[in-house]
Design a protein around this ligand. Structure first.
Ligand code: ARG
Length: 576
């Protein structure tokens, strides 16, 4: 059930009956309970066309609109809003319909092919906090899209190619004389540092590194073998992180930069042939007048360097052509930090000019802000180094384990370790997911691990509370007959929220904004707590019908929380 779409369609019908079928039908959720559950705001915008007062227009719309089944009351307010109070009978019926539905009434959307490019770490180094947001947000978006019936093609566009690999391979080839690759590369950060020191200081090393790049790019067999060893181990490091994070990426999703190497010359040749790329000081560039600076100089987008080398941009054009052509993507979503926004804007303009993407296919860069330390500066270790993801996640589990041990005294050591794991990882993921992705956010252990507020532990705990009601009642949710009646305002609020799940995940899928789902789940859990306080379930004086109805609402809360958290990649627990 998508209440929003339902209301919009009813108002559209009313507007058509009033001979203004083209008019917008804006419906929003009401900000305060006095204003009902939803609000229609379209009357004001029609004043000019209809040459009438907005309130009079609202009056006519209110008379025309067919909402008898859905609403208990419509009222005109302020300059011409129509406040919609949803009917308790209708809401109760809707809740009954979805009580035993594993999809909770959420309909599949018309299927699209959606390519999601996320995580995409650079393999020259170990995954660090900079890759956390893209990995977590991307994985949540992917899960929501799949739940809504889309065909999602994950693309892990790993940075496994380019000049820095020359340096790393030169260093690796020396090390292999007395070590196996696994040991030499056991710590990628150290390895990178060593190589860099040699590159900067050792005579002849930089030249060898450059030779390696050339050999690698031209497919030299020995060089490729060495490179494969390197990236193989580096991929294993990322997999360790994926595993700890419980994200859905696998090796099959890897389509790194190297996969486009064979196509880069074709892209440049094609752009030249179409007159889109031109030579400028020995390089091949595209001038983009749409993105001119203040003086009117067009932006310059380089696709081949003067020495013949290709760039990040060339690879992204090849990737775009592959995704919209071979993978037939209706949408391509790319999750990287906001600093790459200009790059993707330019890539889209150039790619569209070249016809690498058809007009109806969308190309959406989904930028996000940075993760900051408590000092408001980029998140670093105490000594100023980059924070390795593996270490960060281990710390989360350890901190959560300690907290849980202090709080609960009836868990076995085995349960404790499972809870610590799920709460710790959940907290890190949720802290990230719950922030509007476009803003920077401050990483803070205490807030993310708090059992109060919009956090994973709060939601996980709320879920266990609902489950414990069923344990105490000695009833399985699946055994509920499911007659629901809504009598108290808290029951009404809860039912409206339950009905909004589909609407919410629709927004997440459209805008790649998991925080919308987080806010919703937090509101739902809080509404449940108020409901449970005001509407007793297990007390002796509660009659059977009321108890059964309230249990049905609680069961819906539990399954919605569980489904919502699962979509966010956060595990639930039965007890904690
Ligand atoms: N490897 C890049 C980085 O770490 C991200 C790649 C994103 N995807 C892309 N198609 N460019 O910044």
């Amino acid at each position: 059930m998508n209440i929003h779409s339902l209301l919009v369609s009813r108002f559209k019908q009313a507007l058509a009956d009033m001979q203004v079928p083209e008019a917008a039908a804006p419906v929003t959720r009401s900000a305060r309970p006095e204003f009902g559950d939803y609000q229609f705001n379209g009357a004001m915008g029609l004043a000019k066309t209809l040459k009438q007062k907005p309130r009079d227009i609202a009056q006519q719309i209110e008379e025309k609109v067919q909402l008898d089944d859905v609403a208990s009351k419509l009222e005109i307010a302020g300059p011409g809003f129509i406040n919609i109070h949803l009917s308790d009978t209708w809401l109760a019926n809707q809740c009954e319909l979805i009580l035993h539905d594993p999809r909770m009434g959420v309909a599949a959307q018309p299927q699209q092919n959606v390519v999601v490019d996320y995580s995409s770490p650079n393999l020259a180094k170990e995954m660090h906090v900079g890759h956390l947001r893209t990995t977590i947000i991307g994985d949540a978006v992917v899960k929501v899209l799949e739940f809504l019936g889309h065909k999602v093609i994950r693309q892990n566009h790993m940075g496994d190619w380019g000049t820095q690999f020359g340096m790393l391979l030169a260093h690796l080839s020396d090390k292999l004389e007395d070590q196996v690759a696994e040991t030499a590369l056991s710590d990628l950060e150290d390895f990178y540092r060593e190589a860099k020191i040699r590159f900067d200081n050792e005579k002849g090393f930089a030249d060898r590194a450059r030779e390696y790049v050339v050999k690698l790019q031209s497919g030299d067999e020995k060089c490729i073998t060495l490179w494969k060893q390197f990236i193989d181990i580096s991929i294993t490091h990322s997999e360790e992180v994926y595993d700890k994070l419980n994200v859905s990426l696998t090796r099959a999703d890897i389509m790194g930069e190297s996969a486009y190497n064979h196509d880069l010359a074709n892209v440049v040749a094609d752009l030249k042939e179409k007159g889109i790329a031109v030579e400028d000081q020995g390089a091949q560039v595209v001038f983009i007048p749409e993105l001119a600076d203040k003086e009117g100089n067009p932006a310059v987008y380089i696709v081949q360097k003067s020495g013949g080398g290709y760039l990040y941009s060339t690879t992204d054009l090849a990737a775009m052509r592959y995704r919209s052509g071979k993978l037939n993507a209706d949408r391509t979503l790319i999750l990287t930090d906001a600093r790459q926004a200009l790059h993707f804007k330019q890539t889209e303009i150039v790619g569209r000019k070249a016809g690498y993407i058809r007009p109806e296919q969308s190309y959406e860069h989904c930028p996000f802000g940075m993760m900051l330390g408590s000092d408001g500066r980029p998140f670093k270790t105490r000594t100023g180094g980059t924070v390795k993801l593996v270490e960060l996640l281990d710390e989360a589990v350890q901190r959560a384990g300690k907290l849980i041990a202090e709080r609960s005294d009836d868990l076995t050591p085995l349960e404790l370790s499972e809870v610590g794991q799920k709460v710790g990882i959940g907290a890190v993921k949720y802290a990230d997911l719950s922030k509007n992705r476009t803003t920077d956010y401050i990483f803070n252990w205490d807030t993310m691990l708090s059992f109060e507020g919009n956090t994973a532990p709060y939601l996980q705990y709320a879920y266990t509370r609902v489950k414990s009601i069923f344990r105490k009642a000695g009833i399985e949710p699946s055994a509920l007959i499911g007659e629901i009646k809504l009598e108290q305002p808290q029951e009404h609020t809860l039912a409206v929220l339950l009905m909004q799940f589909e609407e919410v995940i629709g927004v997440v899928a459209k805008e790649a904004t998991p925080h919308v789902l987080c806010t919703y789940l937090y509101d739902l859990a809080s509404a449940f707590m108020s409901f449970y306080e005001a509407c007793p379930i297990l007390k002796d004086n509660v009659d059977d019908a009321t108890r059964s109805s309230r249990l049905a609402l609680a069961a819906l809360v539990a399954s919605t929380l569980q489904q919502g958290l699962t979509l966010l990649g956060i595990e639930t627990l039965e007890r904690m």
